[in-house]
Design a protein around this ligand. Structure first.
Ligand code: GAL
Length: 310
């Protein structure tokens, strides 16, 4: 009996030791490969298992080794209408410093003043196309028309010219690396104002008469309207659907509380993004905090009374 007991203890000891050592080996292997996800302070995956990209959750070398051989083209649309053309220079110059470096990038600038598009020195394999569009007396109108224009651009040109697309706001600047970690089928950015807020505080459209309506108790995240990204064909679906909803709202004389952003939030609720960019990728201002350890892209300060037409 005594021998059995001693044998059992020895077996248990060996079992526990081998478990602990294989766990240690696994951890050391991950550390060796640099695969450790060092972020325990923020949520890095959605409940539908889409990654949320934060500094410290990805390895640029591994991502570039995956995407560079694919020889992809990334389109970038931006709208510079009225006084907003003043933001173009900083936008483009900073994008040349940080946005998708090492990839083929094609900027499409929608503007009512093509002559005001600044001359910016572009890196190899990067180019600009300027597209003339009418001006507007209401900034809301400019926002509302964006979806239709991007939809038309994709339909007529981009389906054959680009693989991925990022549609961004012009009154912004890049401040840090924005690379292949942002690529996925459908990409949304968590709004800087709501990443730690609970859903009842989200500023979704709450009037059932609007196509952007989301009832209280529903919704996953509140996404910023200044960034839509993903495969060209996926972003095409976003723009086509939102364009349709915007027109339906217009016919019913209702404008969603945050225009295009409200419709986008509705779209992403029923068509889950496959990747979420943390507020590092869509910040507002120079302020940093504990979670947002680096700012990659941010709105710049502006006196709205001086740049908006209304
Ligand atoms: C503000 C932002 C607006 C809109 C709003 C949503 O901070 O300036 O553009 O996104 O949040 O509540």
């Amino acid at each position: 009996m005594g021998t059995m007991k001693s044998l059992l203890i020895v077996y248990m000891f060996v079992f526990v030791y081998s478990c602990v050592s294989s766990l240690n080996n696994l951890i050391s292997l991950c550390l060796c490969l640099g695969l450790a996800n060092s972020r325990k302070d923020v949520v890095t995956v959605t409940p539908w298992l889409a990654p949320i990209v934060w500094e410290g959750t990805f390895d640029t070398n591994i991502l570039d080794a995956t995407y560079k051989p694919q020889n992809i083209t990334v389109a970038n649309t931006v709208f510079a209408v009225g006084k907003y053309v003043q933001f173009l220079k900083d936008y483009l110059e900073s994008a040349e410093q940080y946005f998708m470096l090492g990839y083929r990038v094609h900027y499409y600038i929608f503007t009512d003043q093509p002559e005001a598009v600044p001359t910016v020195t572009l890196g190899a394999d990067r180019r600009i196309t300027t597209l003339k569009i009418p001006g507007s007396n209401r900034w809301q109108e400019i926002t509302l028309r964006r979806m239709e224009m991007i939809m038309n651009l994709i339909e007529t040109q981009l389906v054959n010219e680009a693989d991925y697309i990022f549609c961004l706001d012009v009154d912004t600047k890049f401040y840090g690396h924005w690379g292949a970690e942002s690529l996925s089928r459908l990409v949304a950015a968590v709004h800087f104002g709501f990443y730690s807020a609970s859903r009842e505080h989200f500023t979704y459209e709450r009037r059932p008469e609007s196509q952007a309506y989301i009832p209280y108790g529903e919704g996953d995240y509140y996404y910023g309207g200044a960034m839509i990204g993903g495969l060209v064909r996926e972003v095409y679906k976003v723009t086509k659907t939102c364009h349709l909803w915007l027109n339906m709202d217009k016919a019913n004389s209702i404008e969603a509380v945050w225009q295009e952003e409200s419709h986008l939030n509705k779209y992403f609720l029923y068509n889950k993004p496959t990747k979420l960019l943390s507020p590092e990728y869509l910040w507002n201002g120079p302020y940093q905090n504990n979670e947002v350890k680096m700012i990659r892209y941010s709105h710049v300060w502006k006196d709205v009374s001086k740049v908006r037409p209304n």
